[in-house]
Each structure stands twice: as structure tokens, then as C-alpha cells.
Write a protein that binds this ligand. Structure first.
Ligand SMILES: [Zn+2]
Length: 261
């Protein structure tokens, strides 16, 4: 029985063309090595609804269960990650930007020093993955920093994306990932009012049962993470997968035992 569940957050899967891009882009061969390491270490990906039921104390999950999420809905998830996950029989959740389906990640244009943008999945790819066990949820309509919006804009981004996606997917959209992980009390209240059941942050750490459903924690998997550093992140519930972190963690535990025998 598991009492703490990690949620992994990936973004783009494909080729990174600069060190800036490498942070949020995992190469396909690296994604494969991540998944194979997890499988070998006894981990298995679970369904989003099961994770939610577990959070509410309605379901018992086996140890080494984790939830796999992809933000933004990049085409590379369909092209590279999905075949690997199908092979493993693992489900995944993708958070889509409802007004940019089949377009490009335009919100990155101003952030990426090279000005590059990358393609997002179209409806054909999304429907194909839905048949293969993927779940699609909301990452708002246009990927704004929600904390900077007026009440009206906030409502349009949150409720609007739910309506857009529910209609096109022909299934309920009830979960949100805050763009950039940015939210405050007002955003959180608006998310509840828009009818979402839960929302995912980018705050690192494990999730435990009965924690706040609108502040679900996730571990950020970077393009620079080796399978070993991912293993360390999963073990410690941190975004820092360095050996130094592991050593410090080990030392802290030893010191703890010395101090509190
Ligand atoms: Zn995003």
C-alpha cells in the first residue's frame, strides 16, 4: 500500500536546439531510458482517476505507483512518447491549451532566446492517443499567467477551456494544470468555481492523501535528467536529482538517527 505518490511532469519530447530548450525538452532516447529505469525499479504509471480517488482516500494503491503528466500537448508526445508508453501499457495525462490545438507553443516565443516555437498536437493525434489510454485535461485556453488576469479573463480561460475541450473530446474535463505553475488564492477560487475537481502545481514533493486537491505537487523532469537523477528525484521527492542531494539526504538521516536515537 502506497502512502505517498509522485507525479512526474514532462513537457516536450524531441530534439532540443539550445541549452535553454534542453531544460523542458527530453530527447526520445532519454525518455525511453527514464521509462525503462522506472519499470526496472518496480514503478508503474496509474490512471488519473485512480490517483484522484486515492487522494480522497477512496482507493488503495500499490507501492511504487506514480502519475505521468505532460504539459502543453506537444506533437512529440504523440510521436515519441506514446509508442514507448503503449509498449509498457502505461497511461498518461496531457494538459492541453484549448485554443492552440494543432498550432505552436506561441507563449514560448518571447521566452526562448532563439525565438523557436514547436508544434502542438492536432485533434487527430489527440483522438488517436485517447483510444490508446491517454487522458486529456486543461492547461487553459491560451497559456497565460493566471495570476495576472482580470476576473473576467480568468473565468474565460478556466471555464472556456473546460467547455472547449469537453465538447471536442466528448468527455468531461475536470483537472487543470496551472500554466507556469502560477496561481494565488484568487486563481484557486476561480478554478473551483469553474468546476474543476483538482489542479496541478509545479511545487515539488510527494503527494499524500487528503492534501489540498488544488495544490497537487509534481516533480519536474528536465531534459538534462539522466535515468539515475530521475531515480533520485523519485526516491527523495525533489527536483534536485544530483548525487550531492542524495548524499546530503543520506547524511541528514544518519545525523537524525544520531541526534534522536
Ligand atoms: Zn505549460
Amino acid at each position: 500500500m502506497e502512502n505517498r505518490i509522485p507525479v512526474l511532469m514532462y513537457h516536450r519530447v524531441g530534439e532540443a536546439n539550445s541549452s535553454w530548450e534542453r531544460k523542458y525538452c527530453v530527447h526520445p532516447s532519454q525518455f525511453l531510458s527514464h521509462m525503462l529505469m522506472l519499470k526496472k525499479a518496480g514503478w508503474h504509471a496509474i490512471e488519473l482517476d485512480d490517483f484522484f480517488a486515492w487522494l480522497k482516500g477512496l482507493l488503495v494503491l500499490e507501492s511504487r505507483s506514480f502519475l505521468l503528466t505532460f504539459d502543453d500537448g506537444y506533437s512529440g508526445v504523440h510521436q515519441y512518447a506514446a509508442p514507448i508508453l503503449s509498449e509498457l501499457g502505461w497511461p498518461a495525462t496531457v494538459f492541453l491549451v484549448s485554443k492552440l490545438i494543432g498550432q505552436r507553443d506561441n507563449w514560448c516565443h518571447g521566452e526562448n532566446p532563439s525565438g523557436n516555437t514547436y508544434p502542438l498536437m492536432d485533434w487527430n493525434s489527440i483522438r488517436d492517443l485517447k483510444k490508446k489510454g491517454f487522458t486529456f485535461q486543461s492547461h487553459t485556453r491560451t497559456h497565460p499567467d493566471l495570476s495576472t488576469l482580470s476576473d473576467g479573463e480568468l473565468e474565460a480561460e478556466l471555464s472556456g477551456a473546460r467547455v472547449d475541450l469537453s465538447n471536442s473530446l466528448d468527455s468531461e474535463v475536470e483537472y487543470l494544470a496551472y500554466p507556469y505553475g502560477r496561481y494565488d488564492e484568487r486563481v484557486l477560487k476561480a478554478t473551483v468555481s469553474a468546476g474543476y475537481k483538482a489542479a496541478f502545481s509545479v511545487q515539488p514533493g510527494f503527494n499524500r492523501q487528503f492534501t489540498d486537491l488544488f495544490r497537487i505537487r509534481r516533480l519536474d523532469v528536465f531534459g538534462t535528467d539522466s535515468a539515475t537523477s530521475l531515480k533520485i528525484k523519485m526516491a527523495l521527492g525533489t527536483n534536485d536529482g544530483s548525487f550531492g542531494k542524495l548524499l546530503r539526504y543520506g547524511l541528514d538521516r544518519i545525523l537524525d538517527r544520531v541526534r534522536n536515537p
